[in-house]
Design a protein around this ligand. Sequence first.
Ligand SMILES: O=C[C@H](O)[C@H](O)[C@H](O)COP(=O)(O)O
Length: 224
Amino acid sequence: MENLKKQVGIKAAEFVKDGMIVGLGTGSTAAFFVEELGRRIHDEGLNIIGVTTSSVTSEQASKLGIPLKSIDEVDFVDLTVDGADEIDSKLNGIKGGGAALLMEKIVATYSHDYIWIVDESKLSENLGSFKVPVEVIPYGAEQIFRKFTTAGYAPTWREDDKGNKLITDMHHYLIDLHISEIKHPEQLAQELDLTVGVVEHGLFNNMVKKVIVADHDGVKIIEK
Ligand SMILES: O=C[C@H](O)[C@H](O)[C@H](O)COP(=O)(O)O
């Protein structure tokens, strides 16, 4: 599995050209992409600026010597490469398994090109085998949790390794929704967007046009 993730990370780095502003995703797959960019900066003198999507990626990129700016310091991002937790046949996705969905969605929104890199286990016909993370403001969060319970979404709190409610990079809580099959992700996204106290959610509908997938036969590119 690690090898498949590495293959797509390296493949995605081929799309990065000199002078680009590059969005750096979060997670175990995106980490291989970031690592490869670090190598190219070191070995080939690649000249880029990175815009990170989490504190974890900022730390990795800094260690690799990738020059960084925040999303507010650039006009736009040329290309963002990120992982995903689940992708349906229309290339809608769920992200946020690593709690980075808010910064990831902001950076993706201001990116001209956006690519996901995954191993084949992330592909499915309909979304729902992965939980849908919902980032909420702490004030009123219990009310939102109750509302999700009533709606039948079987919510759980995302916890840190001490069993406390996890605090995201942007100082919010995460509620994970367990919905077994999401046939209409746009409808669910709209409902979440309209829920007061919800900052963002992990449904990334209609945002990506290119996905790089690795399986044991090699790497392929799925395009919309
Ligand atoms: O919050 C985390 C991100 O959305 C990740 O891109 C996603 O969870 C996939 O991570 P991984 O490549 O580790 O499966």
